[in-house]
Write a protein that binds this ligand. Structure first.
Ligand SMILES: [Zn+2]
Ligand SMILES: [Zn+2]
Length: 183
């Protein structure tokens, strides 16, 4: 859904959208398990800079929710994550702040992004918000044993032979010596 500045010049645009899994590209690691629901409002904010210059910003606020699966950082098994996020964002035209210090005219609660051309693609804004809502790292459970660094076996599921030092020939030699000493 493209939110056009031209439309916002007439009136704010309210949205209430469902995006099926795949409609918003979340990258290869995130698997969307439920529709992404987003509702809110887009409106035009005019910023006056100097005497003659007006910058047309898009303010986007609302909330979204969905559920996704991420790979466990240790064993790569899928971990379910519920995503719920409120947002209040300001998008300036691309290049509006070029060569300037970042301006904070919008108050502390709004974050600033940029749109290109005639407007803002809602899907782009939502993707960013979903990614921001997710933790950098998830683990499937506190005591996840992860993958064996040598053979890649999932150690939650089975024990591989590289993880057993008792099978190391050096240990059996030691055992031999020890048993000799004991006699
Ligand atoms: Zn795990
Ligand atoms: Zn192994």
């Amino acid at each position: 859904m493209l939110i056009k500045v031209k439309e916002l010049e007439l009136q704010p645009v309210d949205f209430d959208e469902q995006f099926a899994p795949g409609a918003v590209d979340m990258g290869s690691e995130i698997v969307q398990k439920a529709p992404l629901h987003a509702a809110g409002r887009a409106q035009l904010v005019q910023e006056h800079r100097g005497k003659h210059k007006t910058i047309k910003d898009i303010r986007l606020n609302g909330e979204l929710r969905t559920s996704v699966e991420l790979p466990c950082a240790r064993c790569l098994e899928a971990v379910a994550q519920e995503v719920e996020r409120k947002f209040d964002l300001l998008y300036r035209p691309q290049g509006a702040d070029a060569g300037k210090e970042e301006l904070s005219v919008t108050g502390a609660e709004a974050e600033v992004g940029y749109y290109q051309g005639e407007g803002l693609l809602l899907e782009d804004a939502l993707r960013e918000q979903v990614l921001l809502a997710l933790p950098l790292k998830v683990i499937c459970r506190e005591d996840c044993k992860g993958l064996c660094p040598h053979c890649g076996t999932n150690l939650n599921v089975e024990q591989c032979s590289c993880a057993e030092p008792a099978d190391d020939p050096r240990w059996s030699q030691l055992k031999e010596i020890r048993s000799k000493l004991n006699h």
